[in-house]
Design a protein around this ligand. Structure first.
Ligand code: 3F1
Ligand code: FE2
Length: 302
C-alpha cells in the first residue's frame, strides 16, 4: 500500500508537537541514572500523568521499602530485571519485555530492586486515579513479554501495552482510560496512529531518530519528550537508516485538583495529611505495613 493511500484512510487532523525537551540524566545515589520527563519542575503534571522515568539502574541502587497511594505505577522493562515485593506477600520479577501495571489505590508498600548484575533499564509511568478511585483496593496486572500483544506490518512493529493499535488490543484494564504503545519503525516506515481527540498524549523516544507531527518538523532523537497538541492522531516517519523506537502514551484527563506529597497523590491537602497519618499509624490500607520488611531490607537495621 502506498503512503498516500494510508493517509487517505485515516487521520484528518494529525497532532503537532507543541513542546519538546530532552530528559537529561540525573544521578541518584550509587548506581542509578534516571531521566525524568513528566514530574520534573518544567512539567510537574500532564493530566492524568504524574511521572515518567527512564531508568538505568545497577546494584546496590534500587528503591527499597516505600509506599504509594492514589495512583497507578506502570513498570515496563527494556533490559535486565527488577524484583518487586509488597507488604501483602506479592512478589515477582519483571524481566525485559515484561510489564507490571500496579494500581496502588488506597495503599501499597513495596520494594523494587535490581534482580541481577549489570544494568536494568526500563520505564516507570505514574498515572493518576480519579477521586472516586483513589481509595480502591490495590491490584496488579502483570504481563510477561511473550504475552504482550504484538504485531508487525509495513515496517512498523507495535507492542500494545495498553489500548489498541493496528487491530490488536491489550488485555490490561485501565482504570483511568489510557493508551500505551511501544513502536519500532524501520527506515522509511510511516506511521499513522489514531488517538482519542479529547486525550492528552505524548511521545518518548527510546532509540534512533524520527520526524513527528508533520514532515516539516525537525528530527527528534532518543531521550526526547514530545508533547502533542490537539488532533485525532499521530503521524511519524523514520527517514534515517536505523530503527526508530518510541512510546506513544495517551490518557483521558481527569480535570481534578492534584496535591502530591512524594508517593502520595490526592485531591486536597486534608487528604494528604490523612494519608500521612494513615501511613504513620498503619491504618486505612496500610495495616500490613506494621510488621513487614522486604527481603531486600532484611539484615539492615534502621
Ligand atoms: C528511595 C526511593 C525513592 C523514590 O516512589 C519514581 C523509593 C521510591 C521512590 S519513588 N519511585 S521512583 C521509581 C522509578 C523507577 O518515587 C521507582 C522504580 C523505578 O523503576 C523500577 C526499578 C527498580 C530497581 C528499576 C530498576 C531497579
Ligand atoms: Fe514504587
Amino acid at each position: 500500500m502506498s503512503e498516500t493511500q494510508i493517509s487517505h484512510l485515516s487521520l484528518r487532523n494529525p497532532r503537532s508537537i507543541v513542546r519538546k525537551f530532552q530528559a537529561r540524566p540525573q544521578h541518584e545515589g550509587d548506581g542509578a541514572i534516571v531521566r525524568r520527563s513528566i514530574g520534573r519542575f518544567e512539567l510537574k503534571y500532564y493530566d492524568p500523568f504524574l511521572l515518567l522515568d527512564e531508568f538505568s539502574i545497577s546494584a546496590p541502587a534500587g528503591f527499597p521499602d516505600h509506599p504509594h497511594r492514589g495512583f497507578e505505577t506502570v513498570t515496563y522493562m527494556l533490559e535486565g530485571a527488577v524484583t518487586h515485593e509488597d507488604f501483602e506477600g506479592h512478589r515477582g520479577t519483571i524481566n525485559a519485555g515484561d510489564l507490571q501495571w500496579m494500581t496502588a489505590g488506597k495503599g501499597i508498600v513495596h520494594s523494587e530492586m535490581p534482580a541481577s548484575q549489570g544494568t536494568q533499564k526500563g520505564l516507570q509511568l505514574w498515572i493518576n486515579l480519579s477521586s472516586k478511585h483513589k481509595m480502591i483496593d490495590p491490584k496488579y496486572q502483570e504481563l510477561q513479554g511473550k504475552d504482550v500483544a504484538k504485531v508487525s506490518k509495513d515496517g512498523i512493529e507495535v507492542r500494545v501495552i495498553a489500548g489498541e493499535a493496528m487491530g490488536i488490543r491489550s488485555p490490561v484494564y485501565t482504570r483511568t482510560p489510557t493508551m500505551y504503545l511501544d513502536f519500532t519503525l524501520k527506515p522509511n516506515a510511516h506511521l499513522q496512529q489514531s488517538i482519542p481527540p479529547t486525550w492528552n498524549a505524548f511521545v518518548y523516544i527510546l532509540e534512533g531518530e524520527g520526524i513527528f507531527g508533520n514532515l516539516k518538523s525537525p528530527t527528534a532523537a532518543a531521550h526526547h519528550f514530545l508533547l502533542l497538541g490537539t488532533g485525532d492522531g499521530l503521524e511519524a516517519w523514520n527517514k534515517s537508516s536505523k530503527p526508530l523506537r518510541f512510546i506513544l502514551v495517551g490518557g483521558e484527563p481527569l480535570g481534578e485538583p492534584v496535591v502530591q506529597f512524594g508517593p502520595f497523590v490526592m485531591n486536597t491537602q486534608e487528604e494528604i495529611d490523612q494519608t500521612i497519618e494513615d501511613f504513620d499509624s498503619c491504618s486505612n490500607g496500610f495495616e500490613k505495613a506494621e510488621h513487614w520488611k522486604s527481603q531486600s531490607m532484611l539484615g539492615f537495621e534502621f
